[in-house]
Design a protein around this ligand. Sequence first.
Ligand SMILES: Nc1nc2c(ncn2[C@@H]2O[C@H](COP(=O)(O)OP(=O)(O)OP(=O)(O)O)[C@@H](O)[C@H]2O)c(=O)[nH]1
Ligand SMILES: [Mg+2]
Length: 289
Amino acid sequence: MKSAVVAVVGRPSSGKSTLVNALCGGKVSIVSPVPQTTRNKVRGILNAPAGQLVFIDTPGFHLSEKKLNRYMTDLVTSALAEVDVVLYVVDGTRPAGDEERALQAALRASSSPRVVCVNKSDSADWAPALDALAAALPPCIPLVVSALKGTGLAQLTAGLFALSPDGDQMYPEDYYTDQTPEFRIAEILREKAILQTRDEVPHAIYVRLEDVEMHDEGATLWARGFICVERESQQGILVGRGGERIRSIVADAQRELAAIFPWDVKLDIRVKVDRDWRKRDPLLRKMIR
Ligand SMILES: Nc1nc2c(ncn2[C@@H]2O[C@H](COP(=O)(O)OP(=O)(O)OP(=O)(O)O)[C@@H](O)[C@H]2O)c(=O)[nH]1
Ligand SMILES: [Mg+2]
């Protein structure tokens, strides 16, 4: 049996989380068109006859002096150092810029074996990305996948197992993630809030749950907490006219969570201002890991 921890890295919005979800056969990590959606090391598990792969989805590698981004980039760098195999995901629809080159430099410095894939092969012209990659990271032969359509995944999995050491499985076979219910509730709420807002608002959101309890003799999972934003104007947007938007966000989240968990899910969520939270080290240290 093969067994490996695989760090999934790439620029923001290259499709890392979509790919991890497709590989693990369940919703492991939240997805949106907004860059910097993933903020944590999110684990997803793939069980196959060949063995077990534990994926660590990571935040998009983004060069920025902002505190939150620095914490997230450090997380990517630390993930590169602690895994058996690296899966580098390139967005085939976008030309490589300084950021892609900086990440490639970090990959060249890492001693972990890697698989490179060009994603989004279902759209646009991705062939130039292949040549650029082969030149930047020799001797790699990039694989071509579409995380959205699920194509190329068998070759990708085979390539990862080929580089994986022998070993016992790290998680029971029926697990596809090791996340706590609290983390999954907070993340899915954040995804629904991101999907219903625009511009700077998605980046200003975080979710803080105060209580998570079982009710109705174990039939209902109940959670109370806050969607936090940085300013009153953002609070107004998230609440919406007469509370319309927050109700819609909570309804979307409850629907998805009820499909994930074997319980009915009830959320009691308010919108709150936590001014300049993205500049506070103690909060970021707790949140970004
Ligand atoms: N056309 C196409 N779109 C894709 C594919 N994979 C992902 N996307 C889209 O790309 C956007 C970003 O996807 P994510 O999976 O959130 O990307 P990510 O790399 O995890 O992004 P960050 O967490 O922000 O770094 C979403 O709108 C996805 O639907 C693909 O194979 N084809
Ligand atoms: Mg992501």
